[in-house]
Ligand binder design. Structure first.
Ligand code: ZN
Length: 360
């Protein structure tokens, strides 16, 4: 399974300048190679190499391997079609391979080739990214964005053999809590829900103020909120997958397309609360963690999971007394709405053949 680890480089001002000049030189070289490709109608990497390698190395001062990467980039860019001549942004991303880039995790540094030879540059990344980096394999993209330097490293994670499962752990995402399973366990807890609410309120306040300073605060808040969200999603998905693995159960979740329409949130406050959380991120974390542990993920049809009674099967909109409470109008069964939904999701999965199908 291929995943991308994103890390931020912390170059000195001189190193940042070198990175910038290297990227500019490489992209300028790409423009020249592209010109040659276009004029001679030569698009295969091997043929383009013959035509341009020596020339661009000399003209732009590129290392052998960087020249090869530039030729590959141009050749790739014509794969889609050969109808228009490709040009390259001065600071467009550049793919580095292991011959011109090396990660040293112990010191949190990379050794990266620039126009003035190799530079050792410190990097920072989250715990999860660091874990991924141990499986770094192949290319990494050097990217300049928002005044900062990043590497997007391709990591190849081994998948585990699927475990034998006879049962499923149903999972409801986002009716009341971020995640509730069919055993009735909620994975977010008061503190996280409170913090999530706090971010939402603070955002709404700042948006109302609308001054320059408020906008600045908003931007800062947004970064913090995203980190909080990501950490939380990592934590929640880790616990869910561990629980499923431990109890030898598949994980059942709703098919992605259903999520937004099913959660018919009432009022702007509720709506903001839902759109305010990245369930797509949580699902993708769940999917790859499950895959790594060999836990099957079963997708079920999301229709009616929130309005069907777990006990008698009666399905009616009126069964949902409120956002949080399910109360069957037919048999009187009442339960937290997210638990009732999680149990429906579980049974929908158990009643279909268990086939591992990770969500997109
Ligand atoms: Zn009922």
């Amino acid at each position: 399974m291929k995943l991308t680890a994103a890390i931020k480089l912390l170059p000195t001002p001189e190193q940042a300048e070198l990175l910038r000049r290297t990227l500019e030189a490489a992209n300028a070289a790409c423009d020249v190679i592209s010109q040659t490709a276009w004029e001679t109608k030569t698009f295969r990497q091997f043929d383009l190499h013959e035509l341009s390698y020596t020339h661009i190395r000399a003209a732009f001062g590129l290392s052998a391997q960087l020249a090869v990467r530039c030729i590959a980039k141009v050749s790739d860019s014509y794969k889609l079609d050969k109808q228009t001549q490709r040009t390259f942004k001065p600071l467009g991303a550049l793919a580095y391979d292991n011959r011109i880039l090396r990660y040293t995790l112990a010191t949190s540094t990379v050794s990266i080739w620039t126009l003035q030879g190799r530079q050792t540059i410190p990097f920072v990344c989250g715990e999860h990214q660091r874990e991924l980096l141990q499986h770094q394999k192949g290319e990494s993209d050097l990217v300049f964005g928002n005044g900062e330097w990043f590497l997007f490293a391709t990591c190849d994670i081994e998948e585990a053999e699927p475990i034998e499962t006879r049962d499923a752990l149903g999972l409801d995402l986002g009716i009341v809590n971020i995640a509730t399973d069919s055993d009735g366990e909620s994975f977010s807890g008061d503190q996280i829900e409170k913090k999530r609410q706090w971010y939402l309120n603070r955002r709404t306040q700042l948006q109302k103020v609308g001054t320059k300073s408020a906008k600045r605060h908003l931007k800062k808040l947004s970064g913090r909120q995203q980190r909080f969200q990501k950490d939380t999603n990592h934590g929640i998905s880790k616990r869910i997958v561990a629980k499923a693995e431990h109890t030898k159960r598949a994980i059942a979740i709703e098919d992605l397309k259903g999520i937004r329409e099913r959660v018919r949130v009432k009022g702007p406050q509720q709506r903001a609360r839902h759109s305010n959380w990245s369930f797509g991120q949580l699902r993708s974390f769940l999917a790859y963690k499950a895959q790594r542990m060999g836990v099957p993920v079963v997708l079920v049809d999301p229709r009616n999971t929130s309005r069907t009674c777990r006990v008698c099967g009666h399905c009616e909109k009126a069964n949902r007394k409120s956002q949080a409470l399910f109360c069957c109008v037919s048999c009187g069964h009442s339960a937290p709405a997210d638990l009732n939904a999680a149990q429906n999701i579980k049974w929908a999965a158990v009643n279909q053949p268990l086939v591992s199908a990770p969500p997109e």
